[in-house]
Design a protein around this ligand. Sequence first.
Ligand SMILES: Nc1nc2c(c(=O)[nH]1)N[C@H]1C(S)=C(S)[C@@H](COP(=O)(O)OP(=O)(O)OC[C@H]3O[C@@H](n4cnc5c(N)ncnc54)[C@H](O)[C@@H]3O)O[C@H]1N2
Ligand code: MOO
Length: 393
Amino acid sequence: MISIEEAQSRIFALKGPVETELMPLTDAAGRWAAEDVIALRTQPARDLSAMDGYAIRFADKGGPWKVIGESAAGKRFSGTVGAGEAVRIFTGAVVPEGADTVIIQENVARDGDAITLSGDVPKKAGANVRHAGGDFIEGKIVISKGAELHARHIALAAMAGHGALRVARKLRIALVSTGDELVTPGLPCADDQIPSSNGFMLAAMLRHLPADISEFPAVEDKLDALTALFRDLSEHDIIVTTGGASVGDHDLIVPALKAAGGKLDFWKIAMRPGKPVIAGSIGNAIALGLPGNPVSAFVTATLFLKPLIAHLCGAAQPLPTRLKAKTGVELAQNGERTDHLRARLIDGVLHPVGINDSAMLAALSEANALIIRDPNAAMANARSEVLYYPLGS
Ligand SMILES: Nc1nc2c(c(=O)[nH]1)N[C@H]1C(S)=C(S)[C@@H](COP(=O)(O)OP(=O)(O)OC[C@H]3O[C@@H](n4cnc5c(N)ncnc54)[C@H](O)[C@@H]3O)O[C@H]1N2
Ligand code: MOO
């Protein structure tokens, strides 16, 4: 058995990021920047007013002033503000030549072209002015290669002058559930059968990731059928199987991968749940065999499949976020495998939900966090800090 960290780096080493394409901003969210994004313009391009009021010289801060024109957003005043002069100005408008300060309109009284101070004097030169280049300067890297593109990055790229961003192309992923006992959810299910929940769970986990997912009907535990499937799917970027990963007579993923001409990289990770993970390659594809137990499939997809997708899409930080919080109860000393305790984070404190069986979905659904227990971790007192993966609510 290898450690989780070694498994992650070996899976990433199977293949590098895929080819890239230029993506319009509207479709770039949720991807990762394939190159540094450089500002094509300076923002603000000129000194702009942050408020509605009057542009003045700070030297004249006590007033009175004569209004000599107007500067609005998109329609700047082309003259120069001299001593004792002011220009009516609006939020987002260019501060005219000669002026260095904006006094807000609430602090002056206007009578025709004349304004006088009626409130506070501006505190300093430059008050209510956003200076040119205060946000970013042309030529600066505003988004680093490998950064995940959230809505706020899309806005920044747009402001920096880009209409499209270079990102990894969409991945092609095949999801295959294996097992003679599997029944399509919603159809009658005999007592020795089980609804095939894993494919639906994985599709839901990957829904917002940049991948075209092909889902296949459950495949029987037959070497020929599984071998043919590996061959047929080898043009995908990733083939994900669930089930058949263990050592029983009907666990055929490893033999099928080999029979199809694929290569096994490793099998079994020192973790719970999820020990019998399989990683290898066949043709163009990375083969990732996840255990059949639903909670094992969920945890291993969280730790290996989603990070692999992020890695192939060029993410600088493909691994899931780990956070720290206090545990509400004492945690027993851990055994040899990294454990992932189902827990609920309530008001910043982690409460284990109790059942940690790798087949129990009700307990998993109650959880919104997985407490990480390192191999051989000592007992942790209640209120001590522990690491966890947030699962979303
Ligand atoms: N002698 C040993 N037995 C087992 C070991 C071991 O080391 N030695 N490891 C155990 C561990 S840990 C796990 S995890 C499981 C993994 O088993 P498989 O990956 O081979 O999965 P299956 O046997 O096919 O199924 C396990 C369990 O999950 C149900 N299942 C399978 N597919 C689905 C699906 N698509 N949706 C919902 N549920 C599914 C299946 O019916 C079984 O109940 O092996 C242990 N055994
Ligand atoms: O490692 Mo298995 O996933 O505990 O049941």
